[in-house]
Design a protein around this ligand. Sequence first.
Ligand SMILES: *Cc1c(COP(=O)(O)O)cnc(C)c1O
Length: 327
Amino acid sequence: MEKINFIDLKQQYLAYQTEIDQAIQGILDSSQFILGKPVTDFEQALAKFVDVPHVISCANGTDAIQLALMALDIKPGDEVITSVFSFIAAAEMIALMGAKPVFVDIDPRTYNIDPAQIADKITERTRAIIPVSLYGQIADLSAIQKVAEAASQCFGHQIVVIEDAAQSLGASYQGRQSGSFTTLATTSFFPSKPLGCYGDGGAIFTDNAAFAEKLICLRMHGEVRRYRHQYIGLNSRLDSIQAAVLEVKLKYFADEIEKRQVIAARYAQLLQHDAITLPIIAPGQQSVYAQYSVRVQHRAEVIAQLTKAGVPTAVHYPEPLHVQPCF
Ligand SMILES: *Cc1c(COP(=O)(O)O)cnc(C)c1O
């Protein structure tokens, strides 16, 4: 029986091998390993793809969230709203900044944060909302932004929406790309994400020049110029080798997204069954299917049967965040 990988990174590498090998060799030849042209080239190419004025790359998608929170000066005592059902990174970075993660439940159809439940959780301490665009479908950002704007007026300070687009890079809503809807958005290039590199990587998107300028400082020890530190920052940069790999893969990303649509349509057709809840993609949305997630009855048995048939599965996620020991 042929072994199927949950995510086949080797197959993808082989498809672009010559170009990727050349790109990596180019970095070795130039020995420009940190920032410089390879990184700015990729940032510009990605800015064009997502259609945002500024892309600031960094070391990973978790740092991207932390940097976005640092750009907003999130402090102890602040509250930041996020989804209770996601990978931990957003909630973790909110807590790491000394702020309080305030969990909001999801819409069971899309698995994304339910905008209707956000208003009740907003207080005078709320500084930001981090919706996660889970499994590759963009959260209902226009509804979330409406709630944020209404509350901003009510409390007299801006409540900023930050899209966590780690799973949704390449997804679109009414033709507009994930990462381009909010003042700040973040993504990850972890190898198994829709646009993955060959190690860790991440980026922040913004339409705000002042945030962009600050983020460029924050990712490099808060430096405004060499050895002049305006802010307490991080050491969080995208390696030039990763930028070179990503620039090659970005060229083929649109084709891959199309293939993901075809495969998802095939699953939807073949998995029609009363006991299976298929992904529900809201009108106008194009999911990038970071995961093709279904709900089933008798999950353990289904997993066992699939394993026996050589089909790998994963549970995303076995527990919501509010029951994690760290919270
Ligand atoms: C993967 C992921 C992250 C973190 O990205 P890293 O690059 O692994 O740090 C953040 N949020 C979500 C929703 C993710 O899936």
